[in-house]
Design a protein around this ligand. Sequence first.
Ligand code: SF4
Length: 429
Amino acid sequence: MNRFYIWTIGCQMNKADSERLASNLENIGYRQVERAEEADTIVLNSCSVRQSAEDKVINKLSNLKALKRKRPDVTLALTGCMVNSNLEGLKERYPHVDFFLKPQKLDDLLAYAEEQTSQDEPEDTPVQVQSPTAYVPIIHGCNNFCSFCIVPYRRGREKSRPMTEIIAEIESLSDRGVKEVTLLGQNVDSYGNDLSDRPDLSDLLQELNQIDGLARIRFLTSHPKDMSQKLIDTIASLDKVCEHISLPAQSGDNEILKAMRRGYTIEQYCELISRIRYAIPDVALSNDIIVGFPNESSDQFQRTFDFLEEYKFDTVHVAVYSPRPGTIASRKMEDNIPSTEKQDRLRKIEELQERISIDKTSRLVGQTVEVLVEGRKGNKWQSRTRSDKLVFFSHDESCLGKLLQVKIDHAGPWSLQGTPVTSDNLCTK
Ligand code: SF4
């Protein structure tokens, strides 16, 4: 039997593409293995949003050269954001790679894989444990061209999947035991703009909320300039849509936001946050911030810091700016903040956020919350609240995929520890 190995780096969109590819390969008789050395087909799903991610892919590609020399029959494919229009350049640099596949062209690899399996005798496949959660892309690409971002060049313009197709996919996932779906897009608020009947994300959520068996719906990422009041009201009104919104501000300073071409001011962003918190009082908000953007002065950084301190997000993903060749910022702006200063700004925000996060999670101690059990981590069960907080607990029975009530005993900044309230609950769903 053919064995495959997929290595993934980058955003949830890449993880979703890899999950989908793995599931399709399993459907045609392939078996997933844990190590590249055991595989007949190796897929690297790459990311080039940050230099550090691209470096890891390059490193992985060069490590695989020796394997390919030893076993030339192994199929090696590269997909993800690193596969761009310069295919000839990639082929020249990595001649040991057999397939370079743009993210939406994974079917080419499947067709090839299918051809290979038709020559093999089928073999018994071990039963795979079904994950209770799944990522479902609803829109590909992005039309925004933020000055620091490579995504629109690599993933192309926005292309929404028809609502009927998404609903059918999620109904089928639900039939197979999936309890929670996360709808993915670089900008989910643009969903439907390119479809003939122009449905929007609210319309899609309304439909998905009616699917039997599905317990939770999440979506990411939202864009502050595109998030509508209709969507906020929809999230507030639908029982299956989780109270968690990922809304990257990127900076707290208006001049930097303008240079980033984000399309909103910090005042507009804060007004949006206030409207969301008014409509959905228990909402958990995640933010993304870039520090050390070209010309970011210490005063401008301080404004970002003060904004985060005042608005207190549940999570903040902070990244140091690094120029990505081909972007507007890399062409027109000098990367002029010293690396030590960038690291210092990163550390300050991380320390601030750790204090805020622990303050927020500590308030949950003693409370009972609903969690969905996602799997095992060491000797504990790993689960997640509706507000996207990780909760670990011990229990002898199998809890995978169950919705439980857990009393929170202990809080750390990034996760919680708890105890299931009654063991009866473990058999209810
Ligand atoms: S919205 Fe901006 S940051 Fe997000 S994918 Fe599009 S261009 Fe990149």
